[in-house]
Write a protein that binds this ligand. Structure first.
Ligand code: ZN
Length: 206
């Protein structure tokens, strides 16, 4: 099996409503924010992990294609299943299945654009939003601040699609373009049902 081309979707992700991609709670400092966003440990800049984009886009495509069974991702491994072909199956070996070949897609981490990086250095691009989680029994509000990247901030993103011999190039590209559209109509990160995570992609295919 031979790789014959790569197609790259390259552009920006613009935050339209505050974006919260959680860092997890494993490094909470006492008195610190208990819902921090993920940041580059080297320069403390927020970023969008490729794994977050990949997971969300895969899941939206699976729902769209009716490939979710009992809340579980598709593991069919079928040669005609574009989800499994492009993203690999959950229990794939690293080299991928012999008939489908390797996973066709690479999601790079998306870092701040130059312009947004300047804003990060000189201003405030991260907000703390107080969210009330209401205890449904006592009806008592429990305020719980979450960190969000503010609207208007942009990240550079890159998604690489590997085209192998026998693949229909346009079919793979269109499938992922549709995934980006589904994500735009949905949300990225946490708090989507409470207004966070609306984003906009601008990109070209090269
Ligand atoms: Zn499948």
């Amino acid at each position: 099996m031979k790789q014959i081309a790569t197609k790259t979707l390259k552009g920006t992700i613009k935050v339209l409503t505050g974006l919260h991609i959680g860092a997890g709670n494993d490094r909470v400092e006492i008195g610190g924010m208990d819902n921090p966003i993920i940041r580059n440990p080297l320069n403390k800049e927020p970023y969008v992990p490729g794994s977050s984009l990949k997971g969300k886009i895969r899941s939206l495509l699976e729902w769209n294609e009716g490939k979710i069974t009992d809340g579980e991702p598709c593991k069919c491994g079928g040669a005609d299943c574009l989800v499994c072909k492009i993203f690999g199956t959950a229990n794939n070996s690293k080299d991928g299945d012999k008939t489908r070949g390797p996973t066709r897609i690479i999601f790079r981490d998306a870092f701040l654009t130059d312009e947004s990086r300047e804003k990060f250095k000189t201003g405030k691009i991260i907000e703390e939003k107080a969210e009330n989680s209401i205890n449904r029994i006592t009806a008592k509000a429990n305020p719980r601040p979450i960190e969000r990247v503010v609207p208007g901030i942009e990240f550079d993103f890159e998604i690489v699609i590997r085209v192998l011999e026998g693949d229909k190039e346009n079919e793979l590209v269109d499938f992922i373009k549709n995934g980006l559209m589904l994500l735009q109509n949905d949300f990225l990160g946490g708090g989507g049902s409470r207004g966070s995570g609306k984003i906009e992609f601008k990109y070209e295919v090269v």
